[in-house]
Design a protein around this ligand. Structure first.
Ligand SMILES: C[S@@+](CC[C@H](N)C(=O)[O-])C[C@H]1O[C@@H](n2cnc3c(N)ncnc32)[C@H](O)[C@@H]1O
Length: 286
């Protein structure tokens, strides 16, 4: 399958890059493609090798295999194949300083669980930064971070390179934040077992905004929250009638101004309904 091979290439590439980056010659950069192995390119020919709208994600995780299926399917697989998106997964354990590849330790002062240690993370992030000449925007996935919403996604999509740092266990040693100063992003007010699902959500939402990734860019413009507030209007497809539920007549009328007006009205009504239910305790609007 195209993209699982892309992932394994990405992982092979990450290992190879790591070896390269550990040598005194740090000026060698790599690019993963799923058409062959990692390609070595110099800073001089880098620009010509990269499509302007390409985005590269480096994912730092203890569980790189979680990404295999996700990278191998649908829009992301196609975007990787087309060269618009590049994803390189790095196993944090490769930066462990312990004999048994441990990267976690109990918290000082006591308490449940284990924390990810500062040392492997700082070393890993610094090395991953050097693997591509474009400056990377560093994101740590945390439940306490800035809430991911469409306006945040639009901001993230302006970066050409993003490093996604996935936590596990009880999270990160505070010095990760003090030293690396990542942007902290949360998927919502709930606790996931790890940052991987949040990292996927960031990649998934961001790539939709890269021209050419979604076949019809108009559908992205129409999506819910595309102006960060409104919800999309209801949509229908065949059959015209199912179990007594009919497609609204206006959508069959062929009268485009009327259809546009109906959609606008539906969109406003849905948005207002949701705001009302959130105000009544159905969820936090912020
Ligand atoms: C079990 S959680 C740690 C929760 C932490 N002890 C706390 O109470 O804030 C492990 C990791 O999952 C990720 N995670 C959990 N919830 C998340 C959320 N809502 N958004 C983004 N990442 C999340 C983070 O990377 C976190 O370090």
């Amino acid at each position: 399958m195209v993209c699982s091979s892309a992932l394994s290439l990405a992982r092979a590439g990450a290992a190879r890059w790591r070896a390269q980056a550990s040598t005194p010659e740090r000026g060698v950069f790599g690019q993963v493609s799923n058409q062959g192995g990692p390609t070595e390119i110099s800073p001089h020919n880098f620009e010509s090798n990269m499509p302007a709208d390409q985005i590269r994600f480096d994912v730092i995780t203890l569980f790189p295999d979680i990404f295999t299926g996700y990278l191998g399917e649908s829009l992301l697989a196609k975007a990787i194949e087309a060269g618009s998106v590049e994803v390189v997964c790095h196993n944090l354990r490769d930066w462990s300083t312990s004999k048994h590849n441990k990267v976690d330790s109990p918290p000082y002062g006591g308490g449940p669980g284990m924390l990810l240690q500062v040392e492997p993370i700082v070393h890993c992030v610094r090395e991953v930064q050097t693997l591509d000449p474009r400056p990377a925007h560093l994101i740590a996935l945390t439940p306490t971070g800035r809430r991911l919403r469409q306006s945040v996604v639009a901001e993230l999509a302006t970066h050409r390179r993003i490093i996604l740092l996935c936590g596990r266990y009880e999270g990160f040693d505070q010095r990760v934040f003090d030293i690396l100063k990542p942007e902290e992003i949360s998927l919502g007010d709930f606790v996931l077992n790890g940052g991987e699902v949040a990292a996927m959500a960031i990649m998934d939402t961001t790539i939709r905004l890269i021209p050419g990734v979604v076949g019809d860019h108009e559908s992205v413009v129409q999506d819910s929250f595309s102006d960060d507030r409104s919800l999309e209007f209801p949509q229908y497809t065949r059959p015209r009638e199912f179990e007594g539920h009919n497609v609204p007549d206006v959508l069959l009328s062929g009268h485009h101004p009327k259809i546009a007006a109906w959609r606008k009205e539906q969109s406003l009504a849905r948005t207002a309904n949701r705001q009302q239910s959130e105000e009544q305790g159905g969820g936090s609007p912020s």
